[in-house]
Design a protein. Sequence first.
Length: 444
Amino acid sequence: MASAPFGSLAEAIGWLDDHIDFEAKMPSARALPTLDRMRELVDLLGHPEQTYPVIHITGTNGKGSTAAMVTALLGAAGLRTGTYTSPNLSLVNERLSIDDVPIGDEAFTEVLSGLALLEPLLSARPTRFELLTAAALAWFADEAVDVAVVEVGLGGTWDSTNVVDGAVAVLTNVSYDHTDVLGPTLEGIATDKSGIIKPGAGVVVGETAPDLVALIRRRADEVGAAEVWLRGEEFDCTANRVAVGGRLVDLRTPGAHYGEILLPLHGAHQGANAACALAAVEAFFAAPLSEEVVEAGFARVRVPGRLEVVGRQPLVLVDGAHNAAGMAVLAAAITEDFAVEGPTVVVVGMLSGRDPSALLAALAPIKPETVIVCAPESPRAIGPDALAEAARALGLDAVVADSVADAISRGRAAVPESGLLLVTGSLYVVTEARTLLLGTTATP
């Protein structure tokens, strides 16, 4: 790669952040969707995405957890695995990793420098996410990974990652989210997500709603996918129990059955994610995995920011649930996995495009004593007064905080040792909360 124009990662990140960031400011609608810029980028890079096979993952919820599990299983099977996910919780480096080790500052500076040198050759200025995607694809090729696990950023068909030709396409589930860009119906969302299915691919479907499954299967047939595996038919999680430190699950695939696998993640929903991940890896290998590989792979899974315990006495949980379906799953998981004697206090902040009433109503099973509302550090943040109004309309006691830090401080003061403090509503809130509670490093 050509000599770097950037003297440091901070300088390179400054250049990156100077590009339009739809994660920070989501468009109200997807106007003239195109992959032209990404296709130009990978063409100028010499098509790095064609130098290794890809497992491509989409879905409304569970993408990140499923990607982490797929990566862990591939690693346990002995493959050098590149993983591209979003968003990050602290350092932007986290989005690009090989064998669970984020890209180093020097390598990241180099790959971004190469993209900066290519940018003048493009017919249009790329977005921040497009550049990060190109950086990941190029770095994986430079490092000669055996396989890449690529998580979709938004939707599927027009997502920047859809320049890859996934050997396996995974669709975890379909529910309402980003309806100002996708949908607005579940069928529309499913159609968009199924756009990652490519000719000859193995397709793993975690969604079980018959009409949506039929739609996804039609897309697979139309493009000439090799096979379609459905949760509940070809694969499934057949038993799912609370265990010390996570869940104990039984998993079934077309070629094998695995009993009492310890999954060090909380929430029954992770059983479905685990089934999707295992099916994806077995579809990739076209063969079952040994029980030793499955046990070792799942044992190494870590998913920060998803039902993560960051404090005890009182119990402090952070979870990036940011839509009604995710919030309902979160409430169910807390009810089953984290029973506490004392009161529950929730710190919540949300981004625009969400329905505060629907998200807060989904928390009813955990019976929050108080909801402390705040605005995350994002131009898309919903004002705390609007969140407070929605909470009070549901009969909840709402307190307005000046910031995430103020909300955390108030929450910790309000919860006795026997209680629970939950931080949720947006990964932006979770990121800042983790920095405050664990001392993690902020994004450069």
